[in-house]
Write a protein that binds this ligand. Structure first.
Ligand code: XUL
Length: 515
């Protein structure tokens, strides 16, 4: 009977897993794609058309509608009164702005009406800026200047003031719409907003997601007075408390008990960000294992033995939901760059894969800076001459060599940018769409000189949430749960085939180009 629900409200969809911790199996799974199910929000990929200044917003009501449709789907698959614990995760950095009706509203929700109808009047800002928003360059500079420069912000918050983070977004809202800011009594992250709705009370922000705001002090794991002051006036009273991952936020509110059949009193563990949740769902919450996720953008994250910030200012430190801290580095030129090279030569993915098989490891020392849009690791803007690395790309006539140069360039850059974490990985867990490609996975193994594994489980964010809830509320050992649920797919392990020297010359060239 120990069923546990994990939720994942990500950029494009809301998904859930219910696991049985006795039989170590998945009892129910559901996913609701925002664009497909809610076309009236005009957010086909989960966000609305990009604004003139790089604004990328999503409607929070859409997240609520998706949550309801998802729970409806789960209710059709199993008896939700059997769920003994709940947790969840949200896309990081996105913020929700609420007025003073919020607390009363979520405490008195009526099952005759939908969540989105009832919560809409509480929104002091109808849409939420999300992590893809790049409109806050000026605010980042202002915050850094007020606190003593990038290094000072980085030492305090684990990241330099950076566009997609929440603090600069809050500052921009305060500057552009002071009345709207004055009407705002509560500011939540996507994760803590949804957790609050489920609990019917204001939920804390956990250290995993909270550290993605440029507001949290990563030594104290609490709000930093200097950063709050540099961001917007009277910000502290608008923010909830900060909590460690192993914290109960509340219990399922009457709305969810009556409408979906959850048992009264079902405990809800504080939600976290999608990446911290995935760290747990990949079975990597203890130092020694690291995760490389190959998606629209590529991310690299790992549990850290101590709190260290990136001296180059490109990486991030977040709280580890299992305790301590984790590092994360995001590479904007992920799948989109691989796709760009593939399309340039009119290749399909099979031809792309064959190109890697046909070309030698190290590509005869020919390199490419594989950035086709501005990169953040390292920071390279569109008008930066380094993007002529893409001009270097223009010079590529040989499709196969160009493809190898792109993939090798991506992982050589990833290795160079993540050296600050001082990790000696025993194993790299590869996840995301492109992780299934053995030829790409082999380049990862060779560049990092580490074993690469793919896990049998998909949906590591929702699984991480379920495992956290099982551990915290049911008292089960998190690391044991990870070893039960996060098993490598049979035959998926790749060992490095090339020697460490194979990439020495290319790594030197790329390091010089990007210095
Ligand atoms: C991490 C980041 C994204 C979002 C959306 O810093 O911006 O990975 O969490 O998934």
């Amino acid at each position: 009977m120990p069923h546990v629900l994990g939720l994942d409200s990500s950029t494009q969809s809301c998904s859930a897993l219910i696991i049985d911790t006795d039989t170590q199996s998945i009892v129910a799974e559901a996913s609701v794609n925002f664009g497909d199910n809610f076309p009236t929000y005009a957010a086909p990929n989960g966000f609305m058309p990009i604004g003139a200044n790089g604004e990328v917003h999503s409607p929070p009501q859409m997240w609520l509608d998706a949550l309801e449709l998802l729970l409806e789907g789960l209710k059709g698959q199993c008896d939700l009164s059997q769920v003994a614990a709940i947790s969840g995760a949200g896309q990081q950095h996105g913020s929700v702005y609420l007025n003073d009706q919020w607390l009363n509203c979520i405490d008195t929700l009526d099952t005759a009406e939908s969540l989105s109808e009832q919560i809409a009047p509480c929104l002091s800002r109808s849409t939420s800026p999300i992590w893809m928003d790049t409109s806050t360059g000026a605010e980042c500079r202002e915050i850094a200047a007020a606190v003593g420069g990038d290094d000072a912000v980085c030492a305090k918050s684990g990241s330099i003031a950076i566009e997609r983070f929440t603090g600069p977004q809050i500052r921009r809202f305060f500057k552009n719409d002071p009345e709207g800011y004055a009407q705002t009594a509560h500011i939540h992250l996507v994760s803590s907003f949804l957790c609050s709705v489920l609990c019917g009370a204001d939920a804390p922000i956990d250290t995993g997601d909270g550290a993605g705001m440029n507001l949290l002090n990563i030594q104290a794991w609490d709000w930093d007075a200097d950063l709050l002051d540099a961001t917007a006036p009277e910000l502290r009273k608008r923010l909830p408390e900060v909590a460690q991952g192993a914290t109960t936020a509340g219990t399922a509110s009457d709305y969810f008990v009556q409408k979906y059949g959850f048992a009264a009193g079902t405990p809800i563990t504080v939600f976290t960000g999608d990446n911290p949740s995935s760290l747990v769902g990949m079975g990597a919450s203890q130092p020694g294992k690291l995760v490389v996720s190959l998606g629209t953008s590529d991310t690299f994250f790992a549990a850290m033995p101590g709190v260290v910030a990136d001296p180059q200012g490109c990486g991030h430190v977040f709280g580890n939901p299992a305790g301590g801290s984790m590092s994360l580095q995001c590479f904007v030129n992920g799948s989109l760059a691989r796709e760009e090279v593939k399309d340039k030569f009119d290749y399909d993915w099979d031809q792309f894969t064959a190109a890697l098989a046909k070309t030698p490891v190290g590509n005869n020392d020919q390199v490419m800076v594989p950035f086709f849009r501005p990169e953040i690791s390292p920071r390279v803007d569109l008008d930066d001459p380094v993007l002529k690395g893409s001009d270097a790309f223009e010079k590529w006539e040989q499709a196969d060599a160009a493809i190898r140069a792109c993939v090798e360039g991506q992982f050589i850059n990833m290795k160079l940018r993540t050296d600050w974490m001082q990790l000696k990985p025993e194993v790299i867990y590869l996840t995301g769409g492109a992780s299934k490609n053995d030829a790409i996975a082999q380049v990862v193994a060779d560049v990092f000189q580490a074993k690469v594994q793919r896990l049998a489980v998909s949906g590591s964010v929702a699984l991480g949430a379920a495992l956290r809830a099982a551990s915290h509320s049911l008292g089960l050992d998190l690391h044991e749960l990870e070893s039960q649920f996060c098993k490598p797919e049979a035959g998926s392990t790749l060992e490095p085939k090339a020697s460490a020297e194979a990439y020495a010359a290319s790594a030197e060239t790329i390091a010089k180009l990007l210095s």
